[in-house]
Design a protein around this ligand. Structure first.
Ligand code: MLT
Length: 266
């Protein structure tokens, strides 16, 4: 890991390997370690870059509201600081909140993209009810810490198979969530609540895109993600067996094979 100053924050980032860069963007409220099943395996073929986003892991926490656009700006600045020229196009692979950030990265920096990999994410904005829940979660975490967030989120993250057979992975995820800064969680939660609906943009996204979803994902369902894939003109769609919302952690073999196949045709 190294620390890189970018866009006014100190970003903790895993950066290893050579070849086409893949920028892995983690979900809420976790850190770069959720990609360990990809980093170890794909480093032999790619430059794997996995930062802790602003407010998460060992990266600087900033208060208030951190929008998906701010995260995208952080990532573009990070690529610059890592010496990745604009002509060296990257693959951006984001999960859930990482996907919300990917839409904004595409909107502002699409010339830097060779491809997009969107795991277990959504194109729609939050409903008024979800916005209210995000605000409540932000207030709760600031007042009571991360325990209630873990209690609310953990039951929705993993498939039945993972809860049964990958208990160590499930526990590491819970520990990661518990260790996250309450201020970071609140700021990202309020930022997600403000994110725009990108559904109308999907037909005009020409960047080759792989959409990946765990067959048991209850947060961003197979049907919802198939709808995103159908609306995008240059997309592929892959359903991950024995996986829920955390598909790259739950079935890394299947996800890595899909990433390799997609990258080979870019
Ligand atoms: C995530 O995994 O990043 C979250 O489920 C995103 C969300 O709360 O919408």
């Amino acid at each position: 890991m190294k620390t890189v100053q970018a866009n006014g924050v100190s970003i903790n980032v895993h950066d290893e390997g050579t070849g086409t860069p893949i920028l892995f963007v983690h979900g809420f409220p976790l850190d770069h370690s959720m990609w360990r099943g990809q980093l170890n395996s794909l480093v032999s073929e790619f430059r794997v870059i996995a930062p802790d986003l602003r407010g998460f892991g060992a990266t600087t926490v900033t208060d208030g509201v951190v929008t998906m656009e701010t995260h995208a700006d952080d990532l573009a600045a990070l690529l610059d600081e890592l010496g990745i020229e604009h002509s060296r196009k990257i693959i951006l692979c984001g999960l859930s909140m990482g996907g919300y950030i990917a839409w904004q990265f595409h909107r502002k920096y699409k010339d830097r993209l060779l491809g997009l990999i969107l795991c277990d994410t959504r194109a729609i904005a939050d409903s008024p009810e979800v916005v209210a829940n995000r605000k409540k979660l932000a207030a709760t975490v600031l007042e009571h810490g991360t325990e209630p967030v873990a209690a609310a989120m953990m039951p929705n993250l993993f498939s039945a198979a993972s809860n049964e057979n990958r208990q160590h992975t499930v526990e590491l995820t819970r520990q990661c969530l518990l260790a996250t800064s309450p201020q970071g969680i609140a700021a990202a939660s309020l930022g997600m609540a403000e994110r725009p609906d990108v559904t109308a943009d999907l037909p005009s996204i020409e960047t080759p895109t792989l959409l990946i979803v765990g067959v048991e994902d209850r947060i961003s369902t197979v049907d919802e993600m198939r709808g995103i894939a159908d609306a995008m003109p240059n997309s592929e769609f892959f359903v991950v067996p024995e996986a829920g919302h955390m598909s790259p952690l739950e079935n890394p073999e299947a996800v890595n094979a899909a990433i390799r196949k997609f990258a080979a045709r870019l």
